[in-house]
Design a protein around this ligand. Structure first.
Ligand SMILES: [Zn+2]
Length: 597
């Protein structure tokens, strides 16, 4: 069901946020705002704030935020449409019963894509078993993968050809436009299409309802990129799915799940009889994946590569999973790089042993903070204790803190009382910071306890939007240097478009209605941040704006540069010298611009 935008807007306007929220939790007036105990995290002193002017809410403790609709979604655990319907009833707004056919066409498209993906998976599977492609089957066989597992996961192979899948699907009656929507083929700049996946072993991604929603492909040798995924489509949203969950959801009885990074990691573990394994789809774990996991398990074992990228991903996953209510442990695989290699060389027993020895979250954070300190020197010990204290200051449970304090003091010979003093000092400092800078602190915490620092361009994009919103007079100068299309982040770009438009038409920018352009609580909370960010103004505003714009442009140019490099390599492979030269020209232009920033 699709509700027209003006109706959504009316629903929001007729439901005052203070009225609606105070029906659920007690609010007290404090200055301009209303405050109360946050319903989304545990707290004793109120940090949940409702702003009647802006019609938004926001929690300094856990970072939740949004408008009246997202509050109802979150508080009552409703989808966007249901929340709107509930609020419409509350305020007697009538939702017209139209646009039913728009919805139909979307459902129809989805069905067609599921169908097309199923046919594609069959084709890849058939290729894998074709005697001409023994090298692909050998790839699996050499890794100990037998037919049972190949069938269970529907593994396959994409031919070393630019158009075999395209030809196959069109011969089955699928229209090129539909195939392009699935991401399986790519439109050439001149005319025609080519296959996205070539000469790769293929892993169909299947959702918990058993539908093929996308594909991953891995090269047979060491060429790059090692893994390639289907792009996001109307049915493939990587942040909402996990590879292998379709299997795990049916058999996992002890509510424990191991998360690995790669498709082959998951499959290798299954081959060795460890079947409660899923793989994240090449992205850092998202809150939606965490919620999905929570449905099927209580304990999550993170088993990522031990290289630095893997560890970065581990750290980010931790907070998200903890916030979703999962008990998180970190599996440390000695000597080997990834779970696939490990289980093949060391066997199932050794793997299970490593899982058994998995570190609780706190210990992992402390261990990580201690890296790089030489404990044989006094300076090293002091540094180690200080950074451990940082980690312990984040923990609210005194029993856990106590246990670690004793352990750490035994390890370093520094008294536990000195450690407690340090923790106390950090906590006091944190509280003072909170008091002085209000919501600045929350910017660091939105993705969890200070572990994840967001990229600079994201902060720059949020801050520049805030500056525009607060200082209308800066808009013309900013717009000359930064169009709304220049924003890198999809959500912020959409917001920039709306704010730019409002200002040009001389309209007021209304935070709550900007938030309304989005329909997930995550997106809504992220947009709320724009208006709730406390931008620390430099004495020189122009200079500050230029810095932000520089960061935003730099990120955009660098991403484009990476994209071009890949495209140019593909053109070279195809022998398309004309296109490759064109790309090289663009690359030089970008280099020039980058040097100027
Ligand atoms: Zn909260």
């Amino acid at each position: 069901m699709l509700i027209p935008e003006d109706v959504i807007e009316r629903v929001r306007e007729y439901n005052d946020i203070v009225d609606v929220i105070s029906e659920s939790i007690p609010l007290k007036k404090k200055g301009k705002n209303y405050v109360g105990l946050c319903p989304f995290h545990n707290e004793k002193t109120p940090s949940f704030m409702v702003n009647q002017d802006k019609q938004i809410y926001h929690c300094f403790g856990c970072g939740e935020g949004g408008n009246v609709i997202s509050f109802v979604m979150k508080y009552r655990n409703l989808g966007f449409v249901d929340a709107v319907i509930m609020l419409a009833e509350r305020a007697n707004v009538i939702i017209p019963d139209k646009s039913a056919n728009i919805d139909d066409s979307k459902i129809k498209l989805k069905k067609e894509l599921y169908n097309l993906n199923k046919e594609t998976a069959r084709y890849f599977y058939y290729n894998l078993h074709n005697k001409k492609n023994l090298n692909a089957l050998d790839y699996f066989r050499n890794r100990g993968i037998n037919s049972d597992i190949i069938n269970k996961f529907g593994l396959g192979f994409s031919l070393d050809s630019w158009d075999s899948l395209y030809k196959y699907l069109t011969s089955k009656g699928f229209k090129p436009e539909l195939i392009e929507k699935s991401g399986l083929i790519i439109k050439k700049e001149t005319s025609g299409y080519y296959d996205r996946f070539r000469n790769r072993v293929m892993f169909p991604v299947i959702d918990v309802r058993g539908r093929v929603i996308g594909f991953g492909g891995r090269v047979l040798d060491d060429s790059k990129p090692k893994y390639l995924n289907s792009p996001e489509t109307i049915i493939f949203n990587k942040g909402y799915n996990l590879y292998g969950l379709n299997i795990v959801s049916k058999i996992n009885t002890d509510r424990k799940i191991i998360i690995v990074e790669g498709y082959m990691d998951a499959i290798a573990l299954h081959q060795y009889g460890i079947s409660n394994v899923v793989a994240s789809l090449g992205t850092a774990l998202t809150i939606n994946q965490a919620k999905l996991l929570k449905r099927y398990c209580d304990e999550v074992y993170i088993c990522y590569d031990s290289d630095s990228a893997g560890r970065e991903a581990t750290l980010r996953g931790l907070d998200i999973l903890t916030n979703a209510g999962c008990d998180v442990k970190i599996v440390n695989l000695p000597r080997s790089k990834d779970p696939d290699e490990f289980i093949r060389s060391e066997g199932e027993e050794a793997f299970l042993k490593a899982v058994k020895k998995a570190m609780p979250l706190t210990e992992y954070v402390i261990r990580r903070s201690s890296e790089g300190y030489d404990l044989s020197t006094t300076e090293g010990k002091i540094g180690f204790i200080k950074s451990s204290a940082e980690a312990l200051a984040q923990i609210n449970d005194p029993i856990i803190v106590d246990a670690y304090a004793v352990k750490l003091s035994a390890e370093t010979g520094i008294s536990s009382s000195a450690l407690y003093e340090e923790i106390k000092r950090i906590k006091a400092n944190d509280d003072k910071q909170k008091y002085i800078s209000g919501n600045n602190r929350y910017n660091n915490r939105i993705d969890g306890q200070k572990l994840y620092l967001e990229p600079a361009y994201l902060k720059a994009e949020r801050s520049i939007l805030h500056v525009i919103w607060e200082n209308r007079e800066c808009f013309d100068a900013i717009e000359k240097k930064l169009s709304w299309e220049d924003f890198n982040d999809d959500i912020y770009r959409k917001v920039a478009n709306a704010i730019y438009k409002d200002i040009k038409q001389g309209k007021d920018v209304n935070p709550a209605s900007i938030i309304n352009m989005f329909d997930t609580t995550e997106a809504m909370a992220k947009v709320t941040q724009i208006f709730e960010t406390n931008v620390k103004y430099n004495a020189n505003l122009d200079e500050m704006i230029d810095d932000y714009i520089g960061l935003i442009n730099k990120h955009r140019l660098q991403s484009r540069k990476e994209q071009i490099t890949t495209q140019a390599r593909e053109c070279d492979e195809k022998g398309d010298i004309g296109a490759s030269a064109k790309l090289l020209n663009e690359l030089m232009e970008i280099e020039k611009k980058l040097r100027m920033i």
